[in-house]
Design a protein around this ligand. Structure first.
Ligand code: TYM
Length: 339
């Protein structure tokens, strides 16, 4: 069968599970903005159905979904250029996820490290949704025939599974229907680490608030967290290879590079030889400069949740217009009468 060439289309999602971190911003949101307006359609989703795979208080979930939308817009996403919506408003995601539940294999799911991490020692007590999470994620992407998915490094395994599901579906039914999606894991900050421990990912679920910068932190808090970030006693090297074995130093340099849109090599040339006592204030100024306007704008947007809800409803109807025919065609391929 002739290879079908899919029109490039970008999709990505973030869970509204409370609190956006600098990791979310640099690994995902900032890069979503970079892809907007490049002539490719961009679709960005607040994945509320993924969030409830672990317990969410309903009022907090509503708040977090709207706050995430505000965060998207404050970071530079324009609802007239990108489609912004929350997942539960487009039922086609869950409808396709069911089909994918029947394509994906138990063994594939059992290998997912995010499930193992999140379920912890008591996997028997994890929700079935948490186990099936990656099939819904594959559906999020493939219901739009998305070809490119910008994410941080921690999502790589899920994207490989998405490719496996697309390939198996196409093989099982003898079609070239779903694209084999490309993960786009690029830039200096694909894995932002904790400010307290350079071997752990920066995460909203870390018990220590000092380990992360939140997009809602004010300027003083951002500066204080950077000042107190763990480092080593050596000055910064002038070449990247001098950062080997120095994960905390590497992390702060990566953050600096990503925030200033420079390569890590260029940053090293500028800051090589400096002590952390001099570098940390530079990083704090840069972080405040870039992040404080975002948190200010988020707070302003959150004063009019009606407007946010209108943006989400409009995005959902545009998303549905793309998703519905793809679901219809999938049902036909699978053999559903009436499709
Ligand atoms: P989530 O909500 O955990 O994270 C959203 C995005 O932020 C990135 N990220 C980071 N990047 C660099 N350093 C960090 N410390 C860091 N922490 C988080 C994540 O890699 C991600 O890109 N399963 C997804 C949500 C999802 C999705 C999708 C993504 C659902 N469906 C379809 C893409 C396409 C998740 O839990 O991301």
């Amino acid at each position: 069968m002739a290879e079908v060439v899919h029109t490039p289309r970008v999709f990505s999602g973030i869970q509204p599970s409370g609190g956006l971190t600098l990791g979310n911003y640099l690994g995902a949101m900032k890069r979503f903005v970079d892809m907007q307006g490049s002539g490719i359609e961009t679709i960005y989703c607040m994945v509320d159905l993924h969030a409830i795979t672990v317990w969410q208080d309903p009022d907090k979930l509503r708040h977090a979904t709207r706050e995430l939308c505000a965060g998207f817009i404050a970071s530079g996403l324009d609802p007239s250029k990108s489609i912004l919506f929350n997942q539960s408003q487009v039922a086609e995601h869950t409808q396709l996820a069911w089909i994918f539940n029947c394509v994906a294999r138990m063994g594939w799911m059992k290998r997912m490290t995010q499930f193992k991490d999140k379920a912890g020692k008591n996997a028997e007590n994890a929700s079935l949704g948490l186990f099936g999470y990656p099939a819904l994620m594959a559906a999020d992407i493939l219901i739009y025939h998305a070809t490119h998915v910008p994410v941080g490094e921690d999502q790589k395994q899920h994207l490989e599974l998405t490719r496996d599901i697309a390939i198996k579906f196409n093989n099982d039914f003898g079609v070239e229907f779903f694209p084999v999606t490309e993960p786009v894991i690029e830039g200096a900050a694909t894995r932002v680490m904790s400010l307290r421990d350079g071997s752990k990912k920066m995460s909203k679920s870390d018990p220590s608030d000092m380990s992360r910068i939140n997009l809602t932190d004010d300027a003083d808090t951002i500066a204080k967290k950077i000042r107190k970030a763990k480092t080593d006693p050596e000055p910064l090297p002038s070449e990247v290879k001098g950062l080997e074995g120095r994960p905390e130093a590497r992390n702060l340099v990566n953050i600096y590079a990503a925030l200033s849109d420079q390569g890590v090599d260029d940053v090293m040339r500028d800051v090589g030889g400096k002590q952390f006592g001099a570098f940390k204030p530079m990083l704090a100024d840069l972080a405040v400069d870039k992040l404080a306007p975002i948190s200010g704008e988020m707070a302003r947007l959150m004063q009019d949740t009606g407007e946010i809800d209108r943006i989400l409803a409009d995005g959902a109807s545009r998303a549905r217009a793309i998703a519905a025919p793809i679901l219809q065609k999938t049902y036909e391929i699978v053999g559903m009468v009436g499709a």
